[in-house]
Write a protein that binds this ligand. Structure first.
Ligand SMILES: [Zn+2]
Length: 197
């Protein structure tokens, strides 16, 4: 899996899916650089929060094949959380509404047209990652949090942290709020270096 922070949901089609040039990515399995060729695609759903509200999209995801070790890797835009149709922005919106603005979960689920059970799943996952998130925020931002800090305190900081998702992924080698565990060596993150032209 390759997560490219130089693209986004809106320009993914132009910059990734319809790109037939040279791929500069490094293979997450064998670390070989510049060895990819296009290798099919699949369609996935993605729930985003944008100016129009909550929208569910279908997006065609490109797969690349490493010519060196013959493994294939999906290239994901950063909004997508692997194996989950809900985007980072969607989950963060839920957390802000519930923990910071004290919105009731049932009312929130009605407003978002989703089940309240899904929101409880999000909260349960957040709860299991909260200490890791606090450790990250303490190390990266030197914020005054400790392991007894509330969801509200943590989410308030995350909501103002523009590059949270990217920095968290690079620093902790795991995707925030991902429900399935993928070994970190199987993710190649394109984050800080200049994008290929
Ligand atoms: Zn490889």
């Amino acid at each position: 899996m390759i997560i490219d922070f130089h693209v986004n949901f809106n320009n993914y089609k132009d910059k990734i899916f319809n790109y037939y040039g040279f791929w500069h990515y490094k293979c997450p399995c064998c670390n070989t650089r510049n060895s990819f060729t296009r290798h099919g695609s699949y369609v996935r759903n993605l729930c985003l929060i944008n100016l129009s509200g909550i929208q569910e999209f279908k997006i065609k995801i490109l797969r690349l094949c490493c010519n060196s070790c013959e493994t294939t890797h999906a290239v994901l835009p950063p909004e997508a959380i692997p194996y989950c149709i809900y985007s980072f922005s969607f989950m963060l919106y839920v957390f802000i509404e519930h923990f910071v603005h004290n919105k009731n979960i049932l009312k929130l689920s009605e407003k978002l047209n989703t089940s309240f059970q899904i929101i409880y799943v999000f909260i349960s996952k957040l709860s299991s990652q909260l200490n890791k998130c606090i450790s990250f925020l303490r190390a990266f931002l030197a914020v005054q949090l400790d392991y007894s800090s509330s969801f509200k305190e943590v989410i308030s900081i995350v909501s103002k942290y523009k590059d949270f998702q990217k920095d968290y992924l690079v620093y902790t080698k795991s995707v925030f709020m991902m429900t399935r565990n993928v070994l970190s060596r199987n993710i190649y993150i394109v984050a800080y270096s200049k994008p290929p032209t």
